[in-house]
Ligand binder design. Structure first.
Ligand code: NAI
Length: 332
């Protein structure tokens, strides 16, 4: 019999939380045979809504769920956690500067880092979703030195899946046969969605689409701006697709990427050739394969000049965010 896995979702009373919890309970994250203990965390003003979500999860009577803890106590939520999905954060409100949002989130992620390293399982796997996702993850990693660096990641799987979806729409090849797109860099509009190594139905996407102007232009901006397009259409940000991508991210990390396929994950850059020249210590999205519960950056892909400059531009933004976060922490 498989032992239960404890999954924590922070920001569980929010939109993504509401879409994610049922998917986790149905086995979309850890498979149909893994029992789940679910820890849901939110903050005191959202406590009643959080209890409501927990009530619905009880009412859904999921066979995989062994226990649900819904709490506004950070330490209680982090206790014994094997997979931590960090969705909670401070949203950017009207008139707020990027620096103001960063200040709020850096403080949250510094505090949650300490609670996680003290109370979670020593081998906890962390995926940060809340924006600025890469920098929140970096702060979490820096302030939880007992958690192995490779165990802290951020979500760029949604962007990766968006890229697969756009290629599928353009070529008519079912999305299950589109492989090996890459999201390089930041989960922001500077990210670089790259199809130079991607295939659809076993053929090179560049050759199949045969329209470099589209692939270097509209395709890139569509993926970069997809979040904003969804907010414009739905009046709320993408929750269903974000939740589904979180499950994909953790499932592939734990159970491995399919043979011949890679995905994209925000991970700590090792620097040098292994990190495609991206400065060591930046939380940067790379193409990765996963096996045995560990990710590895896909090595040796040819990078053309255009790609190089786009990869450098998104790295420069991450470096700027890192510096801003460090300055904010120093002033705290
Ligand atoms: P939401 O505003 O509906 O929910 C956020 C929840 O976090 C709220 O319930 C809030 O009370 C809670 N929260 C705030 N501070 C907290 C704290 N210190 N501890 C625990 N919970 C806390 O937002 P939504 O739509 O669910 O999005 C959540 C985050 O995910 C946002 O930062 C959003 O920008 C980001 N996002 C990231 C994506 C990615 O691909 N990386 C995709 C879509 C959204």
């Amino acid at each position: 019999m498989v032992s239960p896995v404890t999954v924590m979702i922070t920001g569980a009373a929010g939109q993504i939380g509401y879409a994610l919890a049922p998917q986790v309970c149905r086995g979309a994250m850890l498979g149909p045979d893994t029992p789940i203990i679910l820890h849901l965390l939110d903050i005191a003003p959202a406590e009643t809504a959080l209890k409501g979500v927990a009530m619905e999860l009880v009412d859904a009577a999921y066979p995989l769920v062994k226990k649900i803890v819904a709490t506004v106590n950070l330490e209680e939520a982090c206790k014994g956690v094997d997979v931590a999905v960090m969705v909670g954060g401070f949203p950017r409100g009207p008139g707020m500067e990027r620096k103001d949002v960063m200040a709020k989130n850096v403080a949250i992620y510094k505090g949650q880092a300490s609670a996680l390293q003290e109370h979670a399982s020593p081998d906890v796997k962390v995926v940060v979703v809340a924006n600025p996702a890469n920098t929140n993850a970096l702060i979490l990693s820096n302030y939880a030195p007992k958690i192995p660096k490779e165990n802290v990641t951020c979500l760029t799987r949604l962007d990766h899946n968006r890229a697969l979806g756009q290629v599928s729409e353009r070529t008519g090849v079912p999305v299950s046969d589109v492989k090996n797109c890459i999201i390089w860099g930041n989960h922001s509009s500077t990210q670089y969605p790259d199809v130079n190594h991607a295939t659809a139905g076993g053929k090179s996407v560049r050759e199949l689409v045969n329209d470099d102007e589209y692939l270097n232009g509209e395709f890139v901006t569509t993926v970069q701006q997809r979040g904003a397009a969804i907010i414009a259409a739905r009046k709320f940000s993408s929750a269903l697709s974000a939740a589904s991508s979180v499950c994909d991210h953790v499932r592939d990390w734990v159970h491995g990427t399919p043979e011949g396929t890679w995905t994209s994950m925000g991970v700590i850059s090792p620097g040098g050739d292994a990190g495609y020249g991206v400065e060591a210590g930046l939380m940067y999205s790379f193409p990765v394969t996963c096996a045995g519960g560990k990710w590895s950056i896909v090595q040796g892909l040819a990078i053309d000049d255009r790609s190089r400059s786009l990869m450098d531009a998104t790295a420069a933004e991450l470096k700027e965010e890192k510096t801003m976060a460090e300055e904010l922490i120093a002033a705290m």
